[in-house]
Design a protein around this ligand. Structure first.
Ligand SMILES: [Zn+2]
Length: 470
């Protein structure tokens, strides 16, 4: 058991927001066991006094494919006209060795930690190697072995993937390091209803979430209509499987309608990957998700189509959403046809209306809850993304006097709106500090180079691309 003291701790409020207050935290077995807010320090000895630093929940990234950072910078434009997942990734993924997944995932896991992320929800093939990469680098994870039976690189190995899911979920050594499991059907078109039913049953039996892509491509829509006569989400709702007592993390939800969204039952969370969706498709209609009252989060997806693993960066997309459509609307067209003070004023009035109608999208607490509270409710093993008793001890420590947060008069706004990553001092995963405080990224990188992880990843990447692309 250790007791931490800090004069600036981000605590949740009963209204679902956040406040900054001095507090002592007691940590044991990877969890926060007690939080004692104070105005004058209690007369109790502490193991570590963090002084004036800022202690927050670490970020959670609810959808990644760590190994695909190895594809970053490849000439994806050659393939982007079609279905990038099937034309490029499936082809490359068939040539991947388990050792490649380990080597590539280590590199991406380091990047995630350096960006203030404590836990990624990774969905991939050879997921035991993803778990090992997270264990070696110190990143927490919810690992989902990819399940496919209709098509895709894993379609002849779904029984093994189901067995691996169960063994990862039951592995106490991994759990102690914050590495958990979820059941990972790949997508509605690559998984049969029979396999999906088994996946949902396994989620229920192991009490772990189900993590799946949903409605991400026109090909998926095409297959849903060919098989079931309706769109992907419509069919998923019709199966009745979403009503089971399981936590669902459904990712992308691009080709969805308001009528479908209104039918989504409690227990389903949607995940938006705006930077990635801008590359492989277009950003999902998140305003319709919000209108339908469905809880939703943001995630990076992967280095191949993002191109970064900094989940905090995704908040910028949300900040701009209320006014982004204005330059494409009728008011701007009127301004172009007849530039004048009155067409400009009308446009500005429209801008003000849009901002007022979506005021919550500019609330720092609302934005940060996409990286903290909402993804933190997804896994039944315990709360993440909140500093409260019973939650996982996944924490981030910041220097509030750093130039990127200075003058630090509204630190929640600085975290939500700014570029705070250079002020990151250290990340804690499952109660263990990672890296060296104050030179966090550098210390992780020194360790990675000393272990030879960079050279291994580079050698394996070159050999893999030769095998896959010739
Ligand atoms: Zn994905």
């Amino acid at each position: 058991m250790i007791r931490l003291r800090c004069r600036r701790v981000v605590l949740p409020t009963p209204e679902g927001r956040h406040r900054i207050q001095a507090a002592d935290l007691t940590l044991q077995d990877g969890r926060i066991t007690e939080v004692v807010p104070w105005t004058t320090p209690p007369d109790v000895p502490v193991d570590e006094d963090l002084g004036e630093l800022l202690l927050t929940p670490a970020f959670l990234d609810p959808h990644t494919h760590l190994a695909l950072s190895a594809v970053r910078g490849l000439d994806v434009a050659r393939y982007a006209g079609g279905n990038m997942v099937e034309d490029l990734f499936f082809h490359l993924e068939r040539a991947l060795l388990p050792e490649d997944v380990l080597a590539f995932s280590r590199m991406a896991a380091l990047e995630c930690l350096m960006q203030g992320t404590a836990v990624v929800w990774d969905h991939y093939y050879h997921a035991d190697q993803v778990a090992r990469a997270c264990l070696e680098t110190g990143l927490g994870a919810v690992v989902s072995p990819a399940l496919q039976d209709l098509h895709g690189p894993g379609s002849d190995a779904f029984e093994e993937a189901l067995a691996l899911t169960a063994s990862l979920a039951l592995d106490k050594d991994l759990r102690a390091e914050g590495i958990l499991a979820a059941v990972g059907p790949h997508a509605t078109d690559s998984v049969s209803d029979a396999l999906l039913e088994r996946a949902v049953a396994l989620s229920g039996k192991l009490d772990i979430p189900l993590h799946m892509h949903l409605a991400q491509s026109p090909e998926e829509v095409d297959r849903a209509f060919a098989r079931h006569g309706v769109a992907p989400l419509h069919h998923l709702l019709d199966t009745g499987l979403l009503s089971e007592d399981v936590s669902f993390n459904l990712v992308h939800a691009i080709y969805v309608t308001p009528a479908e969204l209104r039918r989504i039952p409690p227990g389903v969370t949607l995940t938006l990957c705006p930077s990635s969706q801008q590359q492989f498709a277009f950003p999902a209609p998140v305003h319709l998700w919000e209108d339908a009252g469905v809880p939703w989060t943001v995630a990076t997806d992967c280095g191949a189509s993002n191109d970064g693993m900094g989940v905090h960066r995704e908040l910028r997309y949300l900040l701009g959403r209320p006014t982004r459509a204005l330059a494409h609307g009728a008011g701007f067209k009127r301004w172009c046809e007849a530039p004048s003070p009155s067409t400009a004023a009308a446009l500005h009035a429209d801008r003000t209306r849009q901002k007022q109608a979506a005021a919550s999208w500019e609330d720092p607490s609302w934005l940060l809850s996409r990286l903290w509270d909402i993804p933190g409710r997804l896994h039944p093993s315990g709360t993440m993304g909140r500093i409260e008793a019973g939650a996982w001890a996944h924490l981030a420590l910041w220097d509030p006097a750093h130039p990127s947060l200075w003058p630090g008069t509204d630190l929640l706004r600085g975290l939500a709106y700014g570029d705070p990553i250079p002020a990151l001092q250290q990340v804690m995963v499952a109660g263990q500090w990672r890296g060296v405080r104050g030179r966090f990224a550098g210390s992780l990188w020194d360790h990675a180079r000393a272990e030879g992880w960079l050279h291994e990843a580079e050698d394996r990447r070159a050999a893999w691309l030769r095998r896959a692309l010739g």
